[in-house]
Design a protein around this ligand. Structure first.
Ligand code: SF4
Ligand code: SF4
Length: 352
């Protein structure tokens, strides 16, 4: 399990069981949920439509055998049912506004009853952006519920009437793969529900989503020019495990991720100017766009681009191989430093 998420989860659990620290525990839980949700936001903002119904681990056992959009539908359907039908006895978020219609979902259940190709077919019918909006509304609604909880609520138990309400809502399939969920939820006290649908369940599925997206990125990079528009080598990049390259639709580099349109400013600028990369640009030394806006590290990236301009992409890849053998570093600026000329000298010195 991701160390940071696991530690936050443990911290939340130890805080909520004491009255004096209960509210602090809820704050930690909400912080954890926001951290986790930011992973979903980044995926939704940067991955192409087809990524949401791909199943790169279709034959595996485990949560990573699903699709990205199935995973988020499933996490938030469960939370919506538990928060509103069981805990609050009010209307699920799915049925407020026109979430159901906008998502295009043919089902209102958690999806536990679906397997293999049925998951893929279901995923293809969903509008992933509408599903994301639904999930965000569920997350915000649950956060409000969590904020209003008191320590004494943790011991609240659920009755046959609560179970009946879930059955009557038809939000859980009667398939044996799904129907057990009703007893599973209703046999817990409210503290138990906080520990599963509201926290751990998110972690397990979002970790699986990370495995799915990393695999899709690896697949996307296969056979693609390994030199990024900014001049970095994707093959030697610290982010290469989870970035599908700025030359594919799976561009999840940080500058693409945080740009409103999901496109790295260096890519946009090069395409406007008709350049293969920033290494063809005469303005590179003074440029402050995208990757080059970073104060300290930009010069190392520029050094790789200027090196390409002088010696070509193949030569950069060969020098980067040599640097990897000779030095222990993750991120290129760690070995090239913060000065363009110094970086160029290091690159030139490490040619064969
Ligand atoms: S962050 Fe840039 S250099 Fe790294 S893998 Fe992605 S596109 Fe390539
Ligand atoms: S202006 Fe900057 S971002 Fe645009 S091509 Fe030149 S170096 Fe690249």
């Amino acid at each position: 399990m991701n160390k940071e998420w696991s530690e936050k989860n443990k911290k939340m659990q130890s805080l909520i069981v004491k009255e004096a620290s209960f509210k602090e525990g809820i704050d930690v839980l909400i912080e954890l949920r926001e951290d986790l949700f930011s992973q979903i936001t980044a995926i939704v903002n940067t991955f192409p439509k087809e990524a949401f119904y791909e199943m790169p681990f279709a034959n595996a056992e485990g949560y990573h055998s699903k699709t990205l959009v199935y995973s988020i539908w499933h996490i938030f359907r469960i939370e919506d049912i538990v928060a509103h039908t069981i805990i609050r006895n009010d209307r699920q978020v799915l049925f407020t506004g026109d979430h159901l219609k906008k998502t295009g979902s043919p089902i209102i259940t958690t999806g536990n009853e679906l397997k293999g190709e049925k998951i893929k077919d279901f995923s293809k019918q969903l509008d992933f952006k509408a599903v994301y909006e639904y999930c965000k509304a569920v997350k915000d609604s649950s956060n409000e519920i969590l904020k209003k909880l008191e320590y004494k609520d943790l011991k609240r138990r659920f009755s046959d009437e609560d179970k009946k309400r879930v059955i009557d809502s038809k939000s859980v399939s009667t398939d044996e793969e799904a129907v057990w969920l009703i007893d599973y939820w209703c046999d817990k006290d409210l503290g138990g529900l906080i520990r599963m649908p509201f926290s751990r369940h998110w972690i397990m599925h979002i970790e699986a989503m990370c495995r799915i997206k990393d695999k899709l990125c690896l697949k996307a990079r296969k056979g693609v020019d390994p030199i990024a528009f900014c001049g970095l080598s994707c093959t030697h990049c610290a982010y290469s495990e989870w970035c599908g390259s700025c030359r594919t639709d799976y561009n999840t580099c940080s500058f693409a991720k945080y740009s409103p349109d999901g496109l790295c400013p260096n890519v946009v600028c090069c395409e406007e100017k008709g350049f293969d990369g920033c290494y063809e640009c005469a303005d590179i030394r003074n440029c402050k766009k995208g990757f080059y806006s970073m104060d300290d590290s930009a010069n190392a990236v520029k050094a790789t681009a200027i090196f390409i301009n002088r010696y070509g992409k193949k030569e950069l890849l060969s020098v980067m191989d040599n640097l990897r053998k000779r030095f222990d570093f993750e991120w290129t600026p760690e070995v090239l430093g913060n000065d363009i000329e110094e970086g160029l000298k290091i690159l030139e010195k490490n040619r064969d």
